[in-house]
Design a protein around this ligand. Sequence first.
Ligand SMILES: Nc1ncnc2c1ncn2[C@@H]1O[C@H](COP(=O)(O)OP(=O)(O)OP(=O)(O)O)[C@@H](O)[C@H]1O
Ligand SMILES: [Mg+2]
Length: 321
Amino acid sequence: MTDEELKARLPAAIAARVRSLRIAEGRVTAILDASGLDAQGRSDIEAAVKDTLGRTEGVAEVRVAMMADRPARRIIAIGSGKGGVGKSTLTTNLAVALARAGRKVGIVDADIYGPSQPKLLANEGERPVAENDKLVPVESRWGVRVLSMGHLVEPGRAIAWRGPMAGRALGQLIDAQWGDTELLLVDLPPGTGDVQLTMLQRFKPAGAVIVSTPQDLALIDATRAMQMFEAGGVPVVGLVENMAGYACPHCGEISDPFGAGGGEATAAEKGVPFLGRIPLALGIREASDTGTPPAAGDDAHGEAFRAIGDRLVRWLDGADT
Ligand SMILES: Nc1ncnc2c1ncn2[C@@H]1O[C@H](COP(=O)(O)OP(=O)(O)OP(=O)(O)O)[C@@H](O)[C@H]1O
Ligand SMILES: [Mg+2]
């Protein structure tokens, strides 16, 4: 009896789930796709396979393995047109906020040439291992898994790769052993270059969060980034305004070095949700530099990041932001 003949004995609905089926020395090993089945469904199918094949001549033993459901992992890209507006800071803090809310979150630091996440998550010294040719993400203190080029090259060493190599490197970070991670936040480099295009074409994010400062020039670039995602069929979850309003640490007076309200107005103009505003604050910069994400704490800054995290969760859960 050949592998194919054995498979043909199974009812069509079960045969359709067979990922591999082999017989060797009277022992059958069947691997089935268990997607969408509950525990009862799995055990019914396992029993049916054992029963049907076990009654076949020449079969002494039947082993059935169920492939675990592939988690429906979604990718959210964090992008901006302009550099230095706070994408990496927002990515870290959104991830920490979502992990606090019980989500299984990972970060892919797609800034291949200038990685930030190892520093922001205070795990610069970590080195991911590879298993079955795939990288295993590094665990951070806040329950956020992360993969970054910064974990693979020596700190401070410049990477001088051409576009296609950067694209391949990004592929290895995304197509890694993410396990039960439900959500991958991808911290993009600024602009609309090779890495962003690879991201759009090969890994089709479920949505994109756009970061901008309230400044006109940054907003023009943010609009360009939104257009890039929309042209690639990736919905824009919304716009975050970062570095909005500066509270003087001495007198408390609020000034607006980059203007005020521009992000909200641009979001309204482009018809995308406004996800919230993060102030320009010395505390955010200092906490970020020392690898203690404000979203892990309970002060007003943490609160501001978590409010944006809540809106992202609502979007992911299919509600309006
Ligand atoms: N709301 C804020 N208040 C104060 N400092 C901030 C704030 N957001 C970000 N920063 C600081 O601004 C700098 C740039 O932020 P970040 O690295 O997150 O930007 P980016 O958009 O990822 O930059 P790049 O385009 O280079 O990747 C960092 O030093 C960061 O700590
Ligand atoms: Mg960055």
